[in-house]
Write a new protein. Sequence first.
Length: 299
Amino acid sequence: MRESRVGRIRKAVIPAAGMGTRLLPATKALPKELLPLIDVPVIQLAVDDAVQSGMDDVLVIVSRGKELLADHFDRQPDLEALLAARGKTAALEAVRSTGAGAALHYTRQPEPKGLGHAILMARHHVGSDPFAVMLPDDVMLGPRPILAQLEDCWEPGRSVVAVMPVPRAEAFRYGIVTPAGEKRGAAFPVEDIVEKPAVSEVSGDMAWAVMGRYLLDADMFGVLEHVAPGAGGEIQLTDGLRAMAHAGRLTAVAYEGERFDVGDKLGYIKAVISYGLYRPDFAPDLKRYLADLAQRGTF
Ligand code: G1P
């Protein structure tokens, strides 16, 4: 059974226009967002998180060669009829429930100009509503849907970023936030945010790193329109968030859960194993197998 709740934020945007060069050759013909954790493509995990967080409208930003993403979420009457006729009820339910609970929409980013630019492609669809952004490479497994955790700390007019602490040496991989005040529960106000800072720019042993879940005020579109290309020559969402932070309108939430970067090969392996352990249908056998490997001294 799906857990569902009615959220105050109803729209989610999933940027899925990136090339997936870190996972070649697997992503030569297959969009990286369709790489599965066991039997569920990573983009479906993101859509499920949106639905379980109370959102019912998901816009996927695609690019050339990403047509299979829409195919995955379409109904397939022939396949459904075949599975029904053969009494394969579990498979039928799995096929039918793909993307259930949300209206899925697709729009294209005509050229790769960065995450901020991809999000600008959502402007017409989103209008003046607050909206969520989910980076599908960041797989999140938590005790509660991640966007719902962010929304608990959201106030109208503000934007929210999901954060977790990382060692200083890892900070160059992420957007890094500087707190403006004390943490209250899971949330704290943000004074500044910088995209992929050099180690020398980070003080302290640990840094608060942004993970790929955001709640954005629609004002972000007007901000991003005027953002100049930043890190990597791309229009960075982080630079738009920076304007929000400087205006005192950005909150960071240290969410409960794990995060895996499935755009990275080792991250992908870890995600598959952890997702297997998280799934009741695999956990007992997988635990036994891992214990057996450890005992044999395989690692
Ligand atoms: C993006 C964001 C970065 C964030 C990261 C999380 O970077 O620009 O701020 O910390 O996602 O995964 P990317 O990994 O796409 O380079």
